[in-house]
Write a protein that binds this ligand. Structure first.
Ligand SMILES: [Zn+2]
Length: 190
């Protein structure tokens, strides 16, 4: 993986409206066998707002990505585009794209955490016995997988082929190293 370009801007925070502290960081990332994605992150240290989105810059054929979840591949990188449906059939969980759906770069464990959060929210919303029982069972199955116990299948269906499962570990660039990188962009501050 190559991070091609990094454009960092100081912006007015869209949430707390404080000027001059929030940062918008754009990275163009080239992922082997996949293509280029644009990752945009907005972070505000003033109010704690954080938002990130991943947009695929190249359109591909519809694709189905299948990976077995097991203790050896929890850190495998997963790129989920806004248009992808993510499911784990053995557990009966599925996330479908909606108007507010975001693309993201995570790993298999991160996908499990997203499902875990969603089931926890559902448990708070639906307090009938059947929902509680099913929800707790599902939550337990997700947590066991996160601990590396058992296996299940992660399926990503993407009509635009813009998602990906990448068996390459991507690390963050430490701040000191980042400051010395030439980006080809000038910093814009307003
Ligand atoms: Zn803010």
């Amino acid at each position: 993986m190559n991070e091609m370009e990094i454009n960092e801007m100081v912006i007015k925070c869209p949430v707390c409206s404080v000027e001059g502290v929030a940062k918008s960081i754009m990275k163009e990332i080239e992922i082997p066998h996949f293509g280029k994605v644009l990752e945009t992150t907005i972070q505000c240290p003033e109010c704690g707002f954080k938002h990130s989105d991943v947009i695929a810059l190249e359109q591909n054929d519809p694709a189905k990505y299948v990976i077995e979840i097991n203790k050896n591949n929890l850190s495998v990188r997963v790129v989920r585009s806004q248009s992808a449906t993510v499911s784990i059939p053995e557990i009966g969980v599925k996330v479908e794209p909606g108007p507010k759906s975001e693309g993201y770069v995570t790993n298999v464990e991160g996908i499990l955490t997203r499902f875990e959060d969603a089931v926890e929210k559902a448990l708070n919303l639906f307090d009938d016995d059947a929902s509680q029982e099913n929800g707790k069972k599902t939550l337990n199955e997700i947590r066991e997988l996160k601990k590396g116990n058992g296996t299940a299948t992660l399926i990503i269906l993407d009509p635009f082929g813009q998602s990906n499962v990448v068996s390459v570990e991507i690390s963050e660039i430490p701040e000191e190293e980042l400051n010395t990188l030439k980006t080809g962009f000038s910093h814009i501050e307003e």
